[in-house]
Design a binder for this molecule. Structure first.
Ligand SMILES: NC(=O)c1ccc[n+]([C@@H]2O[C@H](COP(=O)([O-])OP(=O)(O)OC[C@H]3O[C@@H](n4cnc5c(N)ncnc54)[C@H](O)[C@@H]3O)[C@@H](O)[C@H]2O)c1
Ligand SMILES: O=C(O)C[C@H](O)C(=O)O
Length: 326
């Protein structure tokens, strides 16, 4: 049996975590041979609820669950963590503007970035789920100067999975038939779900669908799917978000499928002309615990314009919190 690894999860008493933690503990994220110690962070008023979740985790008697730490102190929850899933965030309140939301979360993610910098494993793999996820990841990264910026990622895997299902439905295929899906940019309604390299049973997806469906149905459906779930459920997506977080971390740790890629919001190195330092979603492959941005994807004018629009939004989000960035 391998030695246990420490997996920190924030917002651990929330809706996403209620699905996520049980799947991490059962080995779905890091493999059925990898014991885990869960290090759970919550705000002080939620510690009692968190204790209830911890009791349920115990009651599952997961063979791979080697320990549970509960805390309201990021320096405790992130201590020696090799994986950190930052799920907890301040939700948008009544009358709150996007800028207010950015600022409220900037406080949380700068404190958590500092704590990761001080106490986490040097190779810690950080996934930010809490919204606005890309900019929260940027804030955490900028507050962790001793860690490699490549350690910080944000989640667009839910958008990627949504896009797979929409295309499978349209082409009367299954998600297993589809490869090379790409989400570019921000996890927001400006994201660009791109089918120009996507294949369905080895055939070009764009040859199987109409341009009108791509532009006026597929793209807005994927962009607006989070809002559609909120409208239908009266609460934001939770189980599907947890599932995407598992997929993102599993691929990062254990590798993407041979010959395919996934979508991850990662530290831009200037690839495809995207401003360096933004946390932008690109097509990525993962191997040996590391990710690479897929190079050489050809882009037409339509794609370039969509990619620039979502880049612009991320630059504006960064600028709105610039006074809080070190
Ligand atoms: N990236 C994505 O694809 C995606 C998808 C769905 C939801 N989300 C986002 O994920 C976040 C969590 O969603 P949820 O449904 O679990 O929300 P939730 O409100 O049920 O849970 C959030 C939890 O975070 C905790 N929390 C708040 N501030 C904290 C802090 N400073 N430290 C630790 N914990 C803190 C809260 O007490 C709460 O228990 C939201 O921001 C949501 O918008 C992102
Ligand atoms: O859109 C939201 O606010 C929720 C979440 O980010 C989602 O994509 O489901």
């Amino acid at each position: 049996m391998k030695a246990p690894v420490r997996v920190a999860v924030t917002g651990a008493a929330g809706q996403i975590s209620y699905s996520l933690l049980f799947r991490i503990a059962s080995g779905e994220m890091l493999g059925k041979d990898q014991p885990v110690i869960l290090q759970l962070l919550e705000i002080t008023p939620a510690l009692e609820a968190l204790n209830g979740v911890a009791m349920e985790l115990e009651d599952c008697a997961f063979p791979l669950l080697a320990g549970i730490v509960q805390s309201d102190d990021p320096n405790v929850a992130f201590k020696d963590a090799e994986y950190a899933l930052l799920v907890g965030a301040r939700p948008r309140g009544p009358g709150m503007e996007r800028k207010d939301l950015l600022e409220a979360n900037a406080a949380i993610f700068s404190a958590q970035g500092k704590a990761l910098n001080d106490v986490a494993a040097r190779s810690v793999k950080v996934l930010v789920v809490g919204n606005p996820a890309n900019t929260n990841a940027l804030i955490a990264q900028r507050n962790a100067p001793d860690l490699d910026p490549r350690n910080f990622t944000a989640m667009t895997r839910l958008d990627h999975n949504r896009a797979l299902s929409q295309l499978a439905g349209k082409t009367e295929s299954t998600v297993n038939d589809i490869t090379h899906m790409t989400i570019w940019g921000n996890h927001s309604s400006t994201q660009y779900p791109d089918l120009h390299k996507t294949q369905v049973k080895g055939a070009d997806a764009m040859g199987l669908i109409e341009q009108d469906w791509f532009e006026n149905d597929f793209i807005p459906t994927v962009q607006q799917r989070g809002a559609a779930i909120i409208k239908a459920r009266g609460a934001s997506s939770a189980a599907s978000a947890a599932n995407a977080a598992i997929d993102h971390m599993r691929d990062w740790a254990l590798g993407t499928a041979e010959g395919d890629w996934t979508s991850m919001a990662v530290y831009s190195d200037g690839s495809y002309g995207i401003q360096e330092g933004l946390i932008y979603s690109f097509p990525c492959t993962c191997k040996d615990g590391d990710w690479q941005i897929v190079q050489g994807v050809e882009l037409n004018e339509f794609s370039r314009a969509k990619m620039a629009a979502t880049e612009q939004e991320l630059a504006e989000e960064r600028d709105a919190v610039a006074h809080l960035l070190p």
